[in-house]
Design a protein around this ligand. Structure first.
Ligand SMILES: [Cu+2]
Length: 203
């Protein structure tokens, strides 16, 4: 009797031991396998999606006749069905509208013009691949680099601007320039928009 009870308890213990580790190992790998299998997939899927819609970030600098100065924020540019969307996030702009253009050269350095140094003059004129030779604004038939103005409210917030007919390829090795005043979209060469105050090279 004692032997039988003993052996039964051994069998019972053996069953318990046999049963309890079994669910453990089967559960644990299942639990571990799930996140391990899902984790690499999720970031990969996200980065694939981001690559498609990857915006171009243009780092802007304050520009003066003497130098390319401090960082002035960014303008991110992305392709959309409506065209190129520019999202400015710039610092230190006065409220109101500012002329905004793609300029020809990938430089924001000052240069001598008519015997005096001019801010961001090395950026050259407006991007004009068709040699239109006229400044008529974003709806016009002139420079392709004529962009809608950047409008800044009293809190310093800037609206997105969208332009049709341009792609990110048009921005390769150019510069983006913000001017001190509004652009009249008529006066050559830069719509009477005054000095270049912020500039960023696009790559
Ligand atoms: Cu300009």
């Amino acid at each position: 009797m004692k032997l039988r009870i003993f052996s039964l308890s051994v069998i019972a213990t053996g069953l318990l031991v046999a049963c309890s580790p079994d669910p453990g190992p089967t559960n644990r790998p299942a639990n571990e396998a799930t996140p391990v299998a899902e984790q690499p997939r999720t970031p990969a899927a996200e980065s694939d999606a981001n690559t498609d819609a990857e915006p171009l970030i243009v780092y802007m600098n304050r520009v003066t006749p003497d130098e390319v100065g401090a960082g002035a924020g960014t303008i991110s540019v992305r392709q959309s069905a409506e065209g190129l969307v520019f999202t400015p996030n710039l610092m230190g702009l006065t409220a109101g509208k500012h002329g905004f253009h793609i300029h020809q050269n990938p430089s924001c350095e000052p240069e001598m013009q008519d015997g005096k140094k001019v801010a961001a003059a090395a950026a050259g004129g407006h991007y004009d691949p068709t040699n239109a030779g006229k400044h008529t604004g974003p709806e016009g038939d002139g420079h392709k680099g004529d962009l809608p103005m950047i409008e800044v409210n009293s809190a310093g917030v800037q609206q997105q601007v969208t332009i049709n007919g341009l792609t990110l390829d048009d921005l390769q090795n150019r510069s983006l320039v913000v001017h001190e005043r509004r652009d009249d979209y008529a006066t050559d060469p830069a719509g009477d928009s005054g000095a270049r105050i912020a500039c960023g090279v696009t790559k």
